[in-house]
Write a protein that binds this ligand. Sequence first.
Ligand code: HEM
Length: 201
Amino acid sequence: MIKKWLPVIWCTAFIIGLTGLHYSSTAFAENLADGVYTVDYELLQGDRDSVSIANDYFAKPALLKVKGDKRYMQMTVNHSEWVKELQAPTGDQFKDVDVVGEDEEADTRTVQFELENGAMEAFPMKMHVSIEEMEPVYDHAYTVRINVDLDSATSDEAGWIESSSTGFTGTTLLYIVIAVVAAALIVAVVRLTRSKKKNRN
Ligand code: HEM
């Protein structure tokens, strides 16, 4: 008997779990309303709170976008030619940031990434720096930390460069998953009720 109800129990547990995950991840978003802000930030050394050499190669301020339970940052690299790769944390891993703007003449590049911790504290960023014209060639991989001053946040809707990755948010995906699981749940219940009726007949 209980076997029949197992899919229903699993689906319910899944929905409850997903909802819990959703609400725990929205906790940090409460301080800033949805919108775009300029924010001051600093690149700190990987293992101490001193300002990193890399700090000079990033234009200030950056832009912070708050959208529901998500936060994104856009910042511009000077000497784009030298900074070959930039990676932001996603879970236990690092992922290449998205490039949303480039100006070859000015040698700048604007990148965007999601702030998993909402920039509530300094977070790591990996970079690969390669300066071919130096003798010997300067070629290093570093991990620095980015410290965003959330108190400096000033509303600035105009500056954000729209890109496809902020249009379709994880929240949308979550709602789709919940809808699909809920539909499966309804089908399971209907089938169960029907088979019960059949058995009685
Ligand atoms: C003009 C070319 C450059 C020279 C001559 C140079 C030189 C150096 C030297 C000597 C160090 C070791 C000294 C220390 O640890 O304080 C260092 C570390 C470092 N460099 Fe460079 N660098 C150059 C360009 C860059 C660029 C373009 C970046 C990144 C955008 C960068 C990022 C770093 C980082 C992250 C460290 C580790 C220490 C820290 O975070 O401050 N460097 N660099």
